[in-house]
Design a protein around this ligand. Sequence first.
Ligand code: FA5
Length: 357
Amino acid sequence: MSTSPLADLPHETARLLEEIAALASLEQLRDIEPSILGKRSVLSSLQKSLGVLAPEDRRDAGAQLQGARRVVEAAFEARRSDLAALARAALLESDRLELGDVVVNAVRWPASVGHPSLVAVTQRELEDVFVAMGFTVSEGPEVESDWYNFEALNIPPAHPARGMWDTFYVELGEPETVVLRTHTSPTQVHLKEAAALHGSLPIHAVMPGRCFRRDTPDARHLATFHQIEGLVVDRGIAFSDLAGVIETFTRAYFGPDIESRLRPAFFPFTEPSAEFEVTCTICRGAGCRTCSQTGWIELGGCGMLDPAVLDAVGIDGDEWSGFAFGFGIDRCAQMRHQIADMRALIDNDTRFLRQFS
Ligand code: FA5
């Protein structure tokens, strides 16, 4: 008489249960899973061996094997959750703080209540400078549609100039139609639209706010930073008006010792366009790591409004003209306070922060 293929099943089941009980970590459990429950496991090869049985014996043997498999699977899952609980407990234990790990300072009075960040202070100072020059202050949304951030600024989809702004997209609506604004320029669009709608031209406004770019942080860049946008829409505005505003701003904010210059540049929404630079205050123009050895730091872009961006919001470009600018607030703070690396602004090192309280 031939022996049943399942003669060893009780013994094999007991062996598997012992093996499972002996598992000491989730890694071991993961490693051993294929040999206990997988295609090459003892249980699977026993399953294959049932083919030699007569059909009426095969059903009983199949049920017996299924029963054994369920026991092994249940033991395996129970061990998995025990080991997971042990791993969690070990992690909590290793993270536990001992009394000596925490230094509790007796509260001294008056307790420190913190202070506005250097960037917030700088933003207020810049607003003050422009308000003194007759500008109003407006704010716009940080999440924008593609139209406000790009299209209304003369940057249609797939335009190569989009490469100038490495954009974070928000998962809303059609793919790549909602963005975290890459600059404050979309706020100009909101202002121009509202003025066209309400017939409230001219505009002399600045618009500060937070911007976002997929820029790798370095000595002069952060992924979340701040700009202050300027917009003038009026009759008979010339480039000399723009240059005059920038010159007045530089003297008011940085004082007479800082040299500034405008260099020709390209922005799709202004023509002509320029970059506004100041002497690097870290090296006083000699060249250093902060200014990439150039002696100059770019603070912003500016230019005369392209008539196409006035048309886009329904303002008659024959009657109205103007200029716009966008300065980095963090950059202004960096140059004014000679901060060699902009990342210090977000490191939260209290020794650094305390200097600006
Ligand atoms: C612009 O963003 C244009 N919107 C400026 C503009 C407005 C031009 C109106 C013409 C008319 P740009 O990408 O060069 O341009 O940025 C302007 C300034 O923002 C930079 O000079 C810099 O001071 C600041 N800036 C830009 N990217 C970063 C960043 N990743 N981190 C910190 N500051 C930044």
